[in-house]
Design a protein around this ligand. Structure first.
Ligand code: KG4
Ligand code: ZN
Length: 365
């Protein structure tokens, strides 16, 4: 008899309130039955960043509506579920607590098992949900809150090869947009401007490329951009459309070059250990950037590695990835009690040293 597992997932660790239902039958690929995301961009737009208290309140208001919508879209009820999975960290603590409390309420009321999920594991396991990728693989997680290289060996077995020591790349795109008066989120607006810009007019630094490791740094790019902008304003009284496009193109080229070179290094380390069928996967909102995608594809092709990028709606924050990571934990026998705690920090690789710096989601995991 084939066994089928149906999991409800909840996500509320930053500025997206999300619920989703994922189902997997024995031997089949998992299927996303529904994935509902309520974004909060407009609630925070006046403040230039995510305001944790506003985010937590909005999550608390929207979570139950999200759950109802996700169950309805999936055509299932609580009785059809096998477990409820929830992001238990890392992230903005008020938001994570909202999700954990909601999931505990569902578990207490329905008797469903509760499974706490690491948000980063959700991102890191997404290529298994979308493309059925086998372990191990090399993951580059690039978002507004995170940036790290991980060897993914199992659903709870991660080795971090390196990560950002300050800003995440999405954060750098967002700050660049803010400095140039472009709309948020900054990634898409900076990418659009860069298309008509000259990447060579301004020479941005390539941070940490002089160091042999896989760590990255993006905060210096923002400082360099500010200096260049201020110099043009001092000389000409303001920025022209072309100045803005050239600054965006120069900034983006620096991010692309840095990510490409560090990916090359991470891949070399990874392939020493796993030479047979190397696969690189990327996840996180910054994976939407076409120049970054193209550069990563080239690095992989040069090294003879396969490259996978999940569809964008599953690259950015969503609850389907949480339901899927919960499903993998559930299958391995993991269950959490009603004493499950919300964790602001929760590194995937407990053995690697903590990364310094603080991002959109608070302290880096
Ligand atoms: O994964 P995500 O939705 O949220 C988290 O940060 O967890 O990523 C959002 C980030 C934002 O910083 C946004 O500016 C960036 O991804 N982003 C991009 C692009 N689209 C979104 N960055 C560069 N190029 C893009 N096309
Ligand atoms: Zn995320």
């Amino acid at each position: 008899m084939t066994q089928s597992l149906t999991i409800l997932g909840l996500e509320s660790s930053c500025d997206d309130t999300a619920a989703a239902v994922v189902r997997q039958s024995d031997g089949d690929m998992a299927e996303v039955l529904s994935s509902v995301v309520f974004g909060q961009t407009e609630l925070h737009s006046a403040y230039g960043g995510v305001v944790p208290e506003i985010a937590a309140r909005a999550h608390a208001e929207k979570l139950d509506l999200c759950v109802i919508e996700a169950l309805k879209e999936a055509g299932v009820s609580f009785q059809d579920l096998d477990a409820v999975a929830v992001t238990a960290g890392p992230g903005l603590i008020g938001g994570v607590m909202s999700g954990v409390m909601c999931a505990k309420g569902i578990a207490a009321a329905t008797g469903l098992p509760l499974v706490g999920v690491n948000h980063l594991a959700g991102h890191a396991l997404t290529p298994r949900l979308t493309d059925d990728i086998a372990f191990p693989y090399l993951m580059l997680l690039v978002s507004g809150g995170h940036c790290q290289y991980l060897i993914v060996r199992g659903h709870e077995d991660f080795t971090r090869l390196g990560g950002t020591i300050d800003d995440a790349p999405g954060e750098a795109f967002d700050k660049t947009a803010r400095l140039l008066g472009l709309p948020q989120p900054g990634g898409p607006s900076v990418q659009a401007e860069a298309e008509t810009g000259d990447p060579k007019r301004f020479r941005f630094p390539r941070p940490l490329l002089d160091r042999p490791d896989c760590n990255l740094s993006f905060s210096g790019l923002k400082t360099a951009l500010m200096r260049m902008r201020d110099q043009i304003v001092a000389e000409k009284g303001g920025l022209t459309r072309q100045d803005r496009a050239d600054l965006c193109a120069g900034f983006q080229a620096a991010v692309v070059d840095t990510l490409a070179e560090k990916t090359r290094r991470a891949l070399t380390i990874y392939m020493e250990e796993n030479p047979a069928t190397p696969t690189v996967a990327v996840a996180g909102g910054v994976a939407a950037n076409t120049a970054i995608r193209a550069a990563l594809q080239t690095v992989c092709a040069d090294a003879g590695a396969a490259f996978t990028a999940p569809p964008l709606r599953l690259c950015t924050d969503n609850a389907a990835m949480i339901a899927y990571a919960g499903l993998e934990r559930f299958k391995s026998g993991a269950r959490d009690g009603l004493d499950l705690t919300a964790r602001p920090r929760w590194p995937l690789d407990q053995t690697s040293p903590a990364l310094i710096g603080s991002g959109k989601k608070g302290a880096k995991a």
